[in-house]
Write a protein that binds this ligand. Structure first.
Ligand code: ADP
Ligand code: MG
Length: 438
């Protein structure tokens, strides 16, 4: 629809100050405005947020133009967002652009929530960000059902996280889908940076997304330089990290698996004269927000974090991502390195691996390298084809990245798996080298 497209472009320039759409943003927005359910799989930093923010802003004007609804009857758009840090980031950004937005999550006082409810009933809010646990809350559901004009759109941001909300992700998707149905959402948009074909398929089934409404772009980012280095023992990672940070200054995220490791690493770095802070889910909400803000403002250059940090964090100039521990999945790795170099400048992603790491992973509840059989299944899931695990004679030299060889990002997830396989099993060498995903 030409009038929809013109309106979307006008909002892009007037409200967001951008000249043109990225990637397939315009196509997605077209489908959303046409009332279709969509699945958006764009890499981190590609601009997924606008895919629902622009429609959410557009509905009111479309209603006025075509006279289909009375003023104040344009309803709201709900954004289900898995992390409070992510929510705050987006809400602040929209507020600064003068867009009527609110959020509902556990950091809000009762009074704040009451004010939001009143504003919703008065039709004063266009976008409402909420945490996933709201979807189980009866009074929240009632509130959503009675908003004047109803719910025009439910956006499920970082949709791959749905799988982390519960033990088994299928029922969780269904729960979100039921919620959308119960509140009579006109359309649903699911967004994620990474989805295996299987997950994408499940999401499409749960939300009734037509295959013509699945949008996917390649995660290839030419400015990211990827390295993997294996070390004899964990201890060796300190020296390597210090040297790396000295040679590659700039905003840095160091990902670790365990909360205690985040703390001790931040301390060790501080002793070495770096300014580093820890960030993990075990810390107080105020402290976390402060660290996040200070990192955004480049007052803290280095954050040692667990997976709890970074989702949706929109800092343009992150120069380094260091993986102190091996990420649980290739998806997680891709997501985390995707936070580097959004300004397009060269950025460095270093993965340190040692034998010990796999024991930590195994003890970890969601460890993804438990057995040969499930590893094979995991690989097949990721690469959507038969993974062939070939035993190789004799001792394998574990470090096929010994010279910190630069990898093409399309090959790097595979290189991690290679390294993991070699270290974990000692004798597995080859996986079908052709794959289409990355
Ligand atoms: P994602 O959710 O896909 O990781 P975001 O929605 O957070 O990405 O967007 C990343 C950055 O790109 C943000 O700073 C956003 O404002 C910017 N951006 C999005 N779309 C455009 C565009 N069409 N032109 C310029 N910048 C854009
Ligand atoms: Mg996002």
């Amino acid at each position: 629809d030409a009038s929809h497209a013109a309106l979307a472009r006008r909002i892009l320039t007037d409200k967001f100050g951008y000249h043109s759409f990225n990637h397939q943003q315009e196509a997605v927005i077209g489908r959303v405005l046409a009332g279709e359910n969509t699945l958006v799989i764009f890499p981190t930093g590609a601009g997924k947020s606008l895919c629902y923010q622009i429609p959410a802003i557009a509905f009111e004007e479309l209603d006025t133009t075509d006279g289909s609804r009375a003023p104040g009857q344009s309803g709201i758009s709900i954004v289900v967002s898995p992390l409070i840090a992510l929510m705050k980031d987006q809400v602040d950004a929209l507020q600064s652009r003068g867009i009527p937005v609110a959020s509902m999550n556990s950091t809000k006082t009762y009074e704040q929530q009451q004010l939001t409810r009143v504003a919703l009933q008065k039709g004063q809010i266009r976008l409402l960000y909420c945490a996933p646990e709201r979807l189980n809350n009866e009074s929240f559901i009632e509130n959503m059902k009675t908003v004047p004009g109803g719910v025009r759109l439910v956006a499920v941001d970082e949709a791959h996280c749905i799988s982390e909300w519960g033990h088994s992700f299928r029922p969780e998707y269904l729960k979100v889908a039921r919620f959308a149905q119960e509140i009579n959402a006109e359309r649903v948009v699911c967004l994620t940076a990474t989805a295996t074909p299987k997950v994408a398929d499940d999401v499409c089934k749960a939300f009734k997304v037509d295959s013509s409404c699945v949008f996917r772009t390649s995660p290839y980012r030419p400015n990211l330089h990827l390295y993997a280095e294996s070390v004899q023992q964990k201890q060796d990672k300190f020296e390597k990290t210090f040297a790396f940070l000295k040679s590659q200054p700039g905003p840095t995220l160091i990902y670790v698996t365990l909360q205690a490791q985040a703390e001790s690493l931040a301390k060790d770095l501080t002793h070495q004269g770096f300014h580093a802070e820890a960030f993990h889910a075990g810390m107080k909400a105020e402290v976390k927000l402060q660290i996040q803000d200070d990192f955004m403002a480049s007052k803290i250059p280095i954050v040692c974090a667990t997976i709890a940090f970074g989702m949706g964090i929109d800092k343009q100039d992150i120069r380094n991502i260091i993986h102190w521990d091996i990420p649980a999945t290739v998806e997680e790795y891709t997501q985390q390195i995707g936070r580097a170099g959004r300004d397009g400048k060269a950025s460095h992603c270093m993965l340190y691996i040692c034998h010990e790491d796999f024991y930590i992973r195994e003890n970890f509840a969601r460890g993804d390298l438990p057995s040969r059989t499930s590893l094979k299944a995991l690989l097949e899931d990721i690469f959507d084809e038969d993974a062939v695990l070939l035993p190789v004679d004799g001792v394998i030299h574990t470090n096929h990245n010994a010279q910190s060889k630069d990898f093409d990002i399309r090959l790097s997830p595979l290189s991690i798996i290679y390294a993991s396989l070699e270290l974990r099993f000692g004798l597995i060498r080859a996986i079908t080298p052709q794959f289409t995903q990355y």
